[in-house]
Design a protein around this ligand. Structure first.
Ligand code: NAD
Length: 259
């Protein structure tokens, strides 16, 4: 495993926590130089430090809000300047939003689409352009979700954002294939991360909000699927150039049912 990504530069968004953090460290272990991007500056710093301890010859933190277009342009220009073109870009930052369609306000929709969809659009546009201009191949990974495959009344806005990420990834894959650039969509089921603690539940009181967060945190802990296993699937998706990667048994089931 070690050195499979020796000499390569890997940029991961949402790298301060959960799947993004585990992914940054998995690439570090495989010898990559790592750029850990998050809106949580201290968390990105910590992941970069751990990446160096894990085997990355170099690792740097970058602070950016992926939903902010100008901030992402500054990030892409800055990383190009400081580190060069990333060989692998993992657009992973995302937020949760639960609640029925009728309870979901336009503000809720905007927030989840701004982060989960626009964050990926910005990352793909800006780094896709850098990869094409460089002309030496590369790979883009986008974190979608099992929710992208299956309609549910519990997660209408989140699922819509992830279905869009899945379609965007498959379209971009077709466009970038002639350039030797791969695109993968990772679709995890329930993974034990901090996302349950920050996800919004639309249409409920603050008190109920806390109760639902605690309830879903318990469910995710019960499943206990570690983000490190998703990270290994991301590394494999890059090595094998896999288009769509359902991770966890419920994600594989959802994928099969959706066809
Ligand atoms: P997490 O909350 O542990 O980590 C998400 C990270 O993204 C955090 O560090 C957070 O600061 C960062 N982030 C959020 N919004 C951002 C923004 N606007 N700009 C920059 N950084 C931002 O959650 P996670 O479970 O590791 O989620 C990672 C991805 O995996 C998300 O896209 C999520 O939708 C997806 N996903 C998670 C699960 C799951 O069960 N945990 C399942 C399927 C898909």
């Amino acid at each position: 495993a070690r050195e499979r990504f020796g000499g390569q530069l890997v940029l991961v968004t949402g790298a301060a926590s959960g799947i993004g953090k585990a992914t940054a460290l998995a690439f570090a272990e495989a010898g990559a130089r790592v750029v850990a991007v998050d809106r949580d500056a201290a968390g990105a710093e910590e992941t970069a430090k751990l990446a160096r301890q894990t085997g990355a010859p170099e690792a740097w933190p970058e602070t950016a809000d992926v939903s902010d277009g100008p901030a992402m342009e500054a990030l892409a220009a800055g990383t190009l300047d400081r580190y060069g073109v990333p060989d692998v870009v993992v657009n992973n930052a995302g937020i949760g939003l639960a609640g029925s369609f009728l309870d979901t306000t336009p503000e809720d929709w905007k927030q989840v689409l701004d982060v989960n969809l626009w964050g990926v659009i910005h990352g793909c546009r800006l780094y896709g352009r850098q990869l094409v201009d460089r002309g030496e191949g590369g790979h883009i990974v986008n974190t979608a979700s099992a929710a992208a495959f299956l309609p549910s009344r519990a997660l209408p806005a989140y699922s819509t954002s992830k279905a869009a990420v899945l379609m965007l990834s498959e379209c971009l894959r077709a466009e970038l294939a002639p350039h030797g650039i791969g695109v993968s969509a990772i679709c995890p089921g329930l993974v034990n991360t901090a996302i349950t603690g920050s996800a919004r539940h639309a249409g409920v009181s603050d008190q109920e909000q806390e109760r639902r967060r605690a309830k879903s945190a318990r469910l995710y802990r019960l499943r206990n699927y570690p983000p490190e296993k998703v990270a290994r699937a991301v590394v494999r998706a890059v090595l094998r150039d896999t288009a769509v990667v359902p991770v966890t048994s419920e994600a594989r089931g959802a994928r099969l049912l959706s066809r």
